[in-house]
Each structure stands twice: as structure tokens, then as C-alpha cells.
Ligand binder design. Structure first.
Ligand code: NAD
Length: 360
């Protein structure tokens, strides 16, 4: 039976970058006989315009029924002033929560051709290839109780709660080990076990899960040290697994090592590796409609989808190879351009990847 992929282009540059990613996906579908069936729907501001809400029930039902979801980006100034509860970003949070996407994978890969685009010295980052596995549906962002209370002296006190159950830790640890197993076989679990009770349990459970993965080398690191090591010697890492809060911060830090957010894909997975795939960047309203956005993060999200939801490793490798070949040709969108390279637009970049993939 065909595999169903739901495409949600979203807003701003979303439709532009998605057009290019779909061209690559359709070619991969034919070339590798993947038997994918694509369908399209709206999310975010586009859904507000059509349905009055950022994620219609029928769209959510189609996402549930699909084998994977490919998303562009949501949001923009047009919807910034509407009621908070129906803003475009709410659609994104809702679809992630409703699909139970607890495992967020954010690779930070620096193509050697782009080493000059990083804020760090080229020798520190050239060839960087880290995967951050972030727990996405638990921890302090969701913990209760939370709020503001009044103390006896009349002063207000704000508080949050950082809960993690054994099962929540176990399932994200497994994602970390599974990923490490098919990569460099090194997993670094990042926590703050010297201070936080939730981190002490985190470490204990990660140690337990490690027994099932004798082939993966496990290390632990406190989050403050991890933040430092990421800018000091990032290539020491293969896979990092961490909680929601630490992962939020560290994955943004790691993404900047690679120079441009326009290059970074992401995946969010449920317990059965059903996933939603999207670029790390937003809808970039400042450049929307100009045909200059970098489509590579979305194209690389397609390759993550083939790898993690469909186990189509040959096709996934081919797309990544095609992207690398295009960079070898010196083609660059504005965000990754440096002197001596040819500046191209969104469509030209997409066409170049299609041509490279076709010739592989
Ligand atoms: P952004 O990622 O959209 O843009 C930040 C900067 O990076 C801008 O200068 C933009 O032009 C540039 N940029 C982003 N993607 C690019 C690409 N593919 N090619 C070239 N340049 C690119 O972040 P922002 O400006 O903070 O947010 C804009 C809108 O996007 C807001 O409405 C925000 O809420 C939304 N947003 C959505 C998501 C998502 O859909 N996952 C994530 C972040 C922000």
C-alpha cells in the first residue's frame, strides 16, 4: 500500500521552499520507487484565513492518518495581532502535542563547503555532524503546578515545576541510543544531576537503558559544561540526548555553529517513528515572496523523513549527496553566500538539487 505524506507548506517563505522540497521528493519517489502518495493542506496563518483556526480538525485528522508530515513554517505579521489562542504558532504546538511527537531530532551539520559561514574558526567546525535529541512533550514547559503566588510578606513569587517520569526518560533515552547506534555510536546525556532531582532520575534511567546498547559508548555531561564544550570543541559530540529545556537552548546554540539556519532540518517523532519534518527556521516574512529563501533545510528535512520514518537510507543519502554536490558547484542562496560563489534564488537552488539527484 502507498505511504501517505501530508504536506503543510504554511506561511511566508513556507510555500516557496516547499515547492522546491516537493520537486526533490517527487523525483526521489520515482527514482527509488518509494510508492509515496502526497496530499496538501493548510496550517498556521493560511488555516486561519481559510478556517478561522490555525489547525482545523480535518487537517489534524489527515495528519493522524498520514505516515509522515512535511511542514514548511508558520506565522507572519498579518496574524500577529489576533487573539493569542488562535495565533499561527498554536497550530504547530497543537499538531506536535496531538501526534505525541516527544522526540525532537535536530542535526547540526556543517558542510565543509560552508565552513566560512560559521561564527567559529573553520578548523573547529569544518565537517561538524552532531545530532541533538531533545525531549519535546515533557519537563518544565508542561509541568504543573506553575503560576504566581503571594508570599506572607506580600511579595509575588513565580514558580514552575520540572517533572520527568521514568517512562518519559526511558523512551527519549531509547531514541538517543537508537540514533547513536546508526551513527558514530557515541551518546552524551546532558543533565544537571549535581543539582536537580529530575536530572538524578534522568541519569539513573539513562544508565539502565544503556545496558540494552552495549555497542554505544555512553557519557554524561552537566548542561553548563555542554554549553561550553559546544563552542570549544563541538566535534567531540556524536549524539546528545537531553530534556526539553536544556535541548531548547543547546540546539539553538549548536545551530549557530553551522552558520545559517537556512541549512538546518529537524524531525519530531512519536513512539513508532511516525514523524513530522520541518526546517528549523521560521516563515521569514522579511524575505517572503522574493524568491531568495534557502530551500535546503526543507530539502534536507525530506531526507530525514526518508531516513527515520521510512528507513529509505539509499534515497536519504542520495538527497544529502545531491545537496553537497550543489554546494561543490559554488551555488549559494543569499544567507550562505560568500565571495567567489554564485548567488542563486530559491527555485534555481531547488532545480540544481533536482538535477544533481537525477544524475546520481
Ligand atoms: P525566522 O527563522 O523566520 O527568520 C530569522 C532570520 O533568518 C530572518 O532574517 C530570515 O530572513 C532568515 N531566514 C530564515 N529562514 C531562512 C531561509 N530559509 N533562507 C534564508 N534566510 C532565512 O525567525 P523570526 O523572524 O523570528 O520569525 C518569523 C515568523 O516565523 C514569526 O511569525 C515566528 O513566530 C515564526 N516562526 C515559525 C517557526 C516554525 O514555523 N517552526 C519557527 C520560528 C519562528
Amino acid at each position: 500500500m502507498s505511504k501517505q505524506i501530508l504536506i503543510l507548506p504554511g506561511d511566508g517563505i513556507g510555500p516557496e521552499i516547499m515547492t522546491e522540497a516537493v520537486k526533490v521528493l517527487e523525483l526521489a519517489n520515482d527514482k527509488f520507487a518509494l510508492d509515496f502518495e502526497l496530499s496538501f493542506d493548510v496550517i498556521g496563518g493560511a488555516a486561519i484565513d481559510k478556517h478561522g483556526v490555525p489547525l482545523a480538525d480535518e487537517t489534524l485528522a489527515r495528519a493522524r492518518a498520514a505516515d509522515a508530515v512535511l511542514l514548511g513554517a508558520v506565522g507572519g505579521p498579518k496574524w500577529d495581532t489576533i487573539e493569542r489562542d488562535i495565533r499561527p504558532e498554536r497550530g504547530l504546538l497543537k499538531i506536535r502535542a496531538q501526534l505525541g511527537l516527544f522526540g525532537n531530532l535536530r542535526p547540526a551539520i556543517l558542510y565543509p563547503q560552508l565552513a566560512e559561514a560559521s561564527s567559529l574558526k573553520a578548523e573547529i567546525v569544518a565537517g561538524l555532524d552532531i545530532l541533538i535529541v531533545r525531549e519535546l512533550t515533557g519537563g518544565i514547559y508542561f509541568g504543573a503546578p506553575r503560576g504566581v503566588r503571594e508570599l506572607e510578606n506580600g511579595e509575588r513569587q513565580a514558580y514552575d515545576t520540572l517533572p520527568y517520569s521514568e517512562s518519559e526518560i526511558r523512551r527519549i533515552a531509547r531514541v538517543g541510543f537508537d540514533m547513536a547506534r546508526v551513527r558514530g555510536k557515541k551518546l552524551c546525556s546532558v543533565d544537571k544531576a549535581n543539582v536537580l532531582a529530575s536530572s538524578q532520575l534522568w541519569r539513573e534511567i539513562v544508565e539502565q537503558v544503556a545496558k540494552d546498547y552495549p555497542d554505544v559508548e555512553l557519557s554524561h555531561m552537566y548542561v553548563d559544561n555542554a554549553a561550553m564544550q559546544l563552542v570549544r570543541a563541538p566535534k567531540q559530540f556524536d549524539v546528545i540526548v537531553t530534556d526539553n529545556l536544556f535541548g531548547d537552548i543547546l540546539s539553538d546554540e549548536a545551530s549557530m555553529l553551522t552558520g545559517s539556519i537556512g541549512m538546518l532540518p529537524s524531525a519530531s517523532l512519536d513512539a513508532n517513528n511516525k514523524g513530522m519534518y520541518e526546517p528549523c527556521h521560521g516563515s521569514a516574512p522579511d524575505i517572503a515572496g522574493k524568491g531568495i529563501a534557502n530551500p535546503l533545510a526543507t530539502i534536507l528535512s525530506v531526507s530525514m523523513m526518508l531516513r527515520y520514518s521510512f528507513n529509505q537510507l539509499v534515497a536519504a543519502d542520495a538527497i544529502e549527496k545531491a545537496v553537497s554536490l550543489v554546494l561543490d558547484q559554488g551555488l549559494r542562496t543569499g544567507d550562505i553566500w560568500s565571495s567567489g560563489c554564485a548567488k542563486v534564488g530559491t527555485q534555481e537552488m531547488g532545480d540544481a538539487v533536482v538535477a544533481a539527484l537525477r544524475n546520481l
